[in-house]
Design a protein around this ligand. Structure first.
Ligand code: BGC
Length: 264
């Protein structure tokens, strides 16, 4: 499905990013694993991707640092010749009650979750435009998938920095999609709900936590990283060639106002 395509997944050594990177590899893409902390996990992710018979390498870079992102794209073009798919996934949480939230916590989250997606998307658009459409590879000149969150629409007390970053990603993605559609660049988002990863262990690792989490999920199960991986493969492939500016919610119904299932 993605044979001959080159993909970059940011924050790909763990969690959702890792699952996306492996799914893209299984679909035939060569995959760059970006990461910041955790060399061992990055090496392990690369090995798992290569098991699919595709090329892969890891590149350490802070997606919120302009120079790091420029160096990473130089490396990708040197190794792979070009880039066809960017999955802007790297994201963090630094939770605090609003009055106690430090400027450092606010800025750290905005830097990775928003500025990081901006810098990577800007570099990707530059490369997509330079290369243009290669019909034998894909109908599009390039595909960008922003990993957002249900919290691009669901307000989240105690996580104001995170919700603000994801709300901003939504309009960044849509505005960018509008701007680059004439160049045949597709820009979409995936908004995961609760997915079993390290970022939210506290929400699922005890029975009590899981029971209270499941009240928010009509479909009655927590998401697994591969649920997001499969959605990313579709959005990266020509099967979704007429889809741009869309957010695909992969959340088991978390955004369906489950509290209103009865009453109201
Ligand atoms: C957050 C998780 C949370 C989920 C659902 C995600 O974007 O990173 O911590 O469990 O949204 O609330």
């Amino acid at each position: 499905m993605l044979q001959g395509q080159k993909a970059l997944v940011t924050g790909a050594n763990t969690g959702i990013g890792k699952a996306i990177a492996i799914a893209l590899g299984k679909a035939g893409a060569d995959v760059v694993v970006n990461y910041l902390d955790g060399d061992k996990a990055a090496i392990a992710a690369v090995a798992e991707i290569r098991d699919a018979g595709v090329k892969s390498f890891a590149h350490r870079a802070d997606v919120g640092a302009e120079g790091d992102v420029a160096a990473m794209f130089d490396h990708i073009v040197r190794e792979f010749g070009t880039l066809d798919i960017l999955v802007a996934n790297a994201g963090i949480q630094k939770d605090a009650a609003f009055s106690e939230m430090s400027l450092a916590q606010w800025e750290a989250v905005l830097k990775v979750n928003l500025t990081g997606q901006f810098l990577c998307a800007r570099a990707a658009v530059g490369e997509f435009r330079r290369r243009g459409v290669k019909p034998e590879i894909s109908r599009a000149a390039g595909k960008i998938i922003c990993i957002s969150s249900v919290h691009q629409v669901i307000p989240w007390a105690g996580h104001v920095n995170y919700a603000a970053s994801k709300g901003a990603v939504k309009l960044m993605m849509e505005s960018l999609a509008q701007e680059v559609a004439p160049q045949r660049i597709r820009v979409n988002a995936i908004a995961p709900g609760a997915v079993r990863t390290d970022i939210n262990t506290a929400a699922w690792d005890t029975d009590t936590a899981m029971q209270s989490l499941l009240k928010l999920i009509p479909y009655g199960r927590i998401g697994e990283p591969d649920d997001i991986g499969k959605a990313a493969v579709w959005l990266a492939s020509d099967d979704s060639d007429y889809v741009t500016g869309a957010t695909l919610f992969v959340d088991g119904g978390m955004t369906l106002y489950p509290q209103f299932a009865s009453g109201g």
